[in-house]
Design a binder for this molecule. Structure first.
Ligand SMILES: C[S@@+](CC[C@H](N)C(=O)[O-])C[C@H]1O[C@@H](n2cnc3c(N)ncnc32)[C@H](O)[C@@H]1O
Length: 235
């Protein structure tokens, strides 16, 4: 069990740009998101079907670049563009996971403002939930148009349940998951408060509706555990 050392301001808003976040991120996300490593395993497994020599792949909201580094090591003739809005995340990725990987380009940028060049694969692993809901339709539209025909988006998201009773059970089980993985109880509460208005998950059906409205006609749920879901959307 990893002791989670993330420090939070008691009344502050959650920000991935805070000083300690990048260095604690890898341990923190594993202790907070069920099946986080499995999500990466699954994304890498699906990437095999979309990446080949000369391919371009975007990792949107790459954080510390752990997934980008895995993809880059496996697909050495593909180019991985790893984007994050927080320069501290990009600096951490550059100094750690992505160090010395020639086929990863790390970019500090806002994905809602980014002009994509045609790619075979786009990945948004627990990123879209941090984009304002009113911007998501336009972003997904841009992602769709940034993909080659036959290309795909792998979207992993925290979701909210369609039913309040299920949501209550899922929240409690998730809270117990975090406590069992070493997150201090006061941090679980402080983080939940700080995420209000910052992390805004939608229901699974709202996510699928957005993907279809963006143009994706083939949308598959490839992972589901409590309120954590992964979708493969093919252009
Ligand atoms: C939960 S983390 C993503 C985890 C990462 N994809 C992984 O698989 O380990 C969310 C990331 O999205 C980034 N982010 C949030 N809004 C963004 C935006 N508008 N443009 C680019 N990155 C953004 C945050 O800075 C943060 O690093």
């Amino acid at each position: 069990m990893n002791r989670d050392a993330l420090v939070l301001e008691p009344d502050g808003k959650w920000s991935f740009g805070q000083a300690q976040v990048a260095s604690n991120f890898d341990a923190h996300i594993e202790n907070s998101v069920p099946l986080y490593r499995h999500s990466h395993d699954l994304i890498c497994a699906f990437a095999e079907f979309f990446l080949s020599d000369g391919s371009l792949c975007y990792d949107l909201g790459c954080a510390t670049g752990r997934l980008s580094a895995r993809l880059a090591a496996r697909h050495q003739q593909a180019a991985i563009k790893a984007i994050d809005i927080e320069s501290r995340m990009i600096a951490h990725a550059d100094a750690t996971h992505c160090k010395a990987l020639a086929n990863v380009e790390l970019l500090t940028a806002d994905i809602t403002q980014f002009e994509f060049v045609p790619a075979d694969l786009m990945i948004a692993c627990y990123t879209l939930q941090f984009i304002k809901p009113r911007l998501r339709a336009t972003l997904l539209h841009k992602i769709y148009h940034g993909l080659h025909r036959g290309g795909a988006l792998l979207l992993f998201e925290k979701v909210i349940a369609a039913d309040a009773a299920l949501q209550e059970m899922a929240t409690l089980i998730h809270t117990n998951f975090k406590l069992a993985h070493g997150c201090p109880p006061e941090q679980v509460i402080t983080k939940a408060n700080s995420l209000r208005g910052v992390q805004q998950p939608l229901t699974a059906s709202a996510n699928k509706k957005l993907l279809r409205a963006a143009g994706f006609s083939r949308v598959f749920t490839v992972m589901k555990y409590l309120c954590f879901e992964g979708y493969l959307a093919i252009k």
